[in-house]
Design a protein around this ligand. Structure first.
Ligand code: HEM
Length: 349
């Protein structure tokens, strides 16, 4: 054993004590509550996505002539293909939900405030990448809905002032949906976006490690010095148990509600109802309500406001009497998102 540790020690000159210090951040006690440690959930689901995504990529063929057939082959013929595909689909849904819930927690606890503005910004980039990964993944199956969803998405991008046609061209690898479109979606979905997310998550976690998480005191902790516990092994065990529960949940969802296939894409026949995935319902309803350039510009403005919210909030707190404006903005935003999503979910058109 000594010989092994000497061999490793010569090549990686980090002592056991230094390694312990590096990994053993004292974690504030409130992270015992799952709501406050929600960031680990999308991280875990992201790993599930990478693992199942690599398995799917062994069989998926990204061209309009072969994509649908290859997904059918995965679903019906590859051993456990249906299960891996269903887990990938459900983990995508849960990951998007977990990222949104984590962001809601960070927002309503004011954990984005000074000095954590940079991590809020990185988090917003992660949210955008997660949504884009969902969009490109949905388009890969080459079903009627995914084909028309991508076409509508590109036409919406086209209405952006000045850069619209450029965006549409970049998305579709040409002025219209063509032979190269699916391979563009595939490279974005399976390489560009996941690699970008790995880098963003690494920076996100490094910043958290450098700053520590925001400390909150609850009634049961009032008075005395703030309680902490060790990251290793205590918090890691908690995360592993959450991971185990998620694995059981994912397996149950994938088995009870396996991923199905709609009719194959037909570029000549527009379906009666075009719907994106649930996480774009809000944007889709907004577009239907306001239409064209105004809808695009207002959505751009809302996203810009979300990115810069820590600075807007700090300005409001310094220069106005609206100290808790973020609570009202947050409640109004959440109600608007929920209402538009439900409206789109129940509407036929
Ligand atoms: C793939 C997506 C994401 C992953 C894996 C992730 C991971 C994490 C983790 C592990 C933490 C530590 C505390 C906790 O567990 O809550 C954290 C904290 C934080 N996250 Fe995220 N996050 C993601 C997305 C986001 C988004 C979308 C935002 C906001 C726009 C955000 C903003 C923050 C901030 C400001 C903190 C510090 C919170 C504090 O100090 O209490 N993150 N994140």
């Amino acid at each position: 054993m000594n010989a092994v540790s000497r061999w490793v020690g010569e090549r990686l000159p980090v002592t056991g004590r230094q390694f312990k210090e590096l990994t053993n951040e004292p974690v504030p006690y409130h992270l015992k509550r799952w709501w406050f440690a929600l960031g680990g959930t999308p991280a875990y689901l992201f790993i599930v996505q990478i693992f199942t995504g690599i398995l799917l990529a062994f069989y998926y063929e990204a061209s309009p002539a072969t994509a649908y057939r290859s997904v059918e082959y995965i679903t019906n013929e590859v051993a456990f293909g249906w299960f891996i595909r269903s887990v990938h689909k459900w983990a995508a849904t849960l990951m998007i939900a977990a990222v949104i819930l984590h962001q809601i927690r960070v927002f309503f606890t004011g954990a984005y405030r000074r000095p954590r503005e940079i991590n809020w910004f990185i988090g917003m980039c992660l949210l955008m990448c997660t949504l884009m990964t969902g969009f490109t993944g949905y388009s890969l199956v080459f079903e009627q809905l995914s084909f028309w969803g991508a076409t509508v998405g590109a036409n919406i991008a086209d209405t952006t002032p000045l850069i619209g046609p450029f965006l549409k061209n970049m998305m579709l690898a040409g002025p219209d949906y063509n032979e190269a479109t699916l391979s563009r979606f595939f490279i974005l979905h399976a390489a560009v976006l996941p690699v970008t997310m790995v880098m963003l998550i690494a920076v996100h976690i490094t910043v958290i490690r450098l700053q520590g998480v925001t400390e909150f005191r609850f009634k049961d902790e009032e008075g005395g010095t703030p309680k902490t516990f060790n990251f290793f092994p205590d918090h890691l065990y908690t995360e592993l148990i959450i991971g185990l529960i998620l694995m059981i949940l994912l397996s149950a969802l994938a088995t009870i509600f396996p991923a199905t296939m709609g009719p194959q894409a037909n570029p000549l026949q527009t379906p009666e109802v075009i719907k994106p995935e649930w996480f774009f319902y809000v944007a889709f309803r907004w577009l239907k309500l306001f239409g064209g350039t105004f809808a695009i510009l207002s959505m751009g403005f809302i996203i810009f406001t979300m990115f810069t919210w820590p600075f807007i909030d700090s300005w409001l707190r310094k220069h106005t009497k609206f100290q808790e404006a973020s609570v009202w903005v947050g409640v109004a935003g959440a109600l608007a998102v929920i209402s538009l999503t439900v409206w789109e979910a129940v509407a036929r058109h």
